[in-house]
Ligand binder design. Structure first.
Ligand code: GLC
Length: 409
């Protein structure tokens, strides 16, 4: 491919037209593998396909071509396991990074936040292609059934994750306690600990109920909130296809998760991630405080409290370039510590969508504008220092493209 300095090109384009800049990046990161098409989150740093990234890609691509958005989905569905799990990484091409022993060929053995039903439903709303819905429905059905059946051994209606990596927030301080790590430690120590967990899970064949009981049993707030919103979309899809029994079933499961979140996670106005068999609450303030807004789980009154007390609080989350993934008030906060402080685009997008649902248009609009400012200042970086706006981590990273889906205000 012809060498272009995309950072410079993108910066220039951003001043002119954000949509062109996003499209250019998406096309540059696009890859073909036989009949499949997918997008790399970043060509240098992340040269494979990732599950929730691809769902974000589908949401972004849908603004340009619903057909390309569908292709992004079909590529990862092609690697679904027999038990229904969709792996979070697909190694379509060999590269020198993240060659972890997952005990499988060509994919990982863990999953990521289940955004696929949401992405599929958004595509359908754009192009009305019922044939595509029909084609992917069995995959979706098995994936969500797997999460409901295999990730909740105590039948308490909360979906568990078997490693922090399944949350998509690899080293978030929400997982320090269950990993037995102190609030301040190096990224290397964290990575080593997570690799050990993967080794342990490999030994129990990633058999989720068994591995969870023995090694890491976390019920994460964003994962469950995302599940709730996606079950709503899945119920719509089932209904549209005339599967009334399924629609009712998924709708019921959705409500049961909401009820369980209230019963086991909620305290003092906040939904907390829990761990262990007795659902111990992990009281570390991260952007997860606002994740339930995405699925409209809090009441209007509860949402107002979350926004006024925490989101708009300059000593917690309302920094110069919001939204830090960890509250400034936490001992673990580190402005340049990967998932321990920096601003990331996916959380901003989830929160933006949540704020809209409750009618906080002005705040949503401020979050969108500050996100745009980050792109203009630092380009399509993976993360940003929430205080200075400095770009961090991977370059030419796709998640910034979500800016074009922050278009409700
Ligand atoms: C990192 C992120 C994860 C993402 C992946 C690829 O591991 O923590 O959320 O899916 O990179 O972008």
């Amino acid at each position: 491919m012809e060498h272009v300095n995309i950072h410079e090109t993108v910066k220039k384009l951003l001043d002119d037209n954000i949509k062109d800049a996003v499209l250019k990046l998406m096309l540059k990161n696009r890859r073909q593998a036989g009949e499949y098409q997918y997008t790399l989150p970043s060509t240098e740093t992340y040269p494979y396909q990732w599950l929730w990234d691809s769902c974000f890609h589908a949401i972004i691509l849908n603004h340009f071509s619903a057909d390309d958005a569908q292709k992004e989905i079909l590529s990862f569905l092609s690697k679904q396991f027999d038990n229904g799990l969709i792996p979070h990484m697909i190694y379509w091409e060999k590269a020198d990074v993240f060659n972890i022993n997952w005990g499988t060929e060509g994919t990982s053995s863990i999953t990521q936040p289940p955004m696929v039903a949401y992405a599929v439903w958004r595509i359908f709303q754009k192009n009305g292609d019922e044939k595509f819905l029909r084609k992917v429905y069995p995959n979706l059905f098995h994936f969500y059934k797997y999460l409901i059946n295999e990730r909740d051994p105590h039948e308490q209606n909360l979906v568990g994750i078997i490693t922090p990596d399944e949350s998509g927030e690899d080293n978030s301080p929400r997982f320090d306690e269950p990993l037995g790590l102190p609030p301040i430690h190096s990224r290397k120590t964290n990575f080593k600990r997570r690799l050990k967990l993967i080794d342990e899970n490999r030994k129990c064949n990633f058999d989720a109920p068994f591995c969870m009981k023995n090694f890491f049993w976390v019920k994460d707030v964003p994962f469950n909130a995302i599940m709730v919103e996606n079950l709503k979309c899945l119920a719509h899809i089932a209904e549209r296809l005339g599967h009334d029994y399924d629609a009712e079933y998924f709708g019921k499961q959705r409500q049961e998760i909401i009820d369980a979140m209230r019963e086991l996670m909620f305290e003092d106005g906040i939904f907390w991630t829990t761990y262990g068999e007795d659902y111990k609450k992990i009281k570390v303030k991260t952007w997860a405080l606002f994740a339930p807004l995405f699925a409209k789980i809090p009441t209007q009154e509860e949402a107002e409290l979350l926004v006024n007390t925490y989101l708009l609080n300059k000593e917690e989350f309302w920094t110069e370039y919001p939204l830090p993934t960890v509250s400034l008030g936490e001992p673990s906060f580190n402005a340049e510590g990967y998932w321990r402080g920096p601003t990331w685009f996916a959380p901003n997008w989830f929160i933006y969508k949540g704020l809209i649902q409750y009618g906080f248009m002005d705040i949503a609009s401020k979050l969108k504008n500050s996100s745009l400012k980050l792109l203009k200042k630092s380009g399509f970086r993976e993360q940003f220092n929430p205080q200075t706006g400095k770009g961090l981590g991977a370059k030419e990273f796709t998640w910034g493209g979500l800016i074009i889906d922050m278009n409700d205000t």
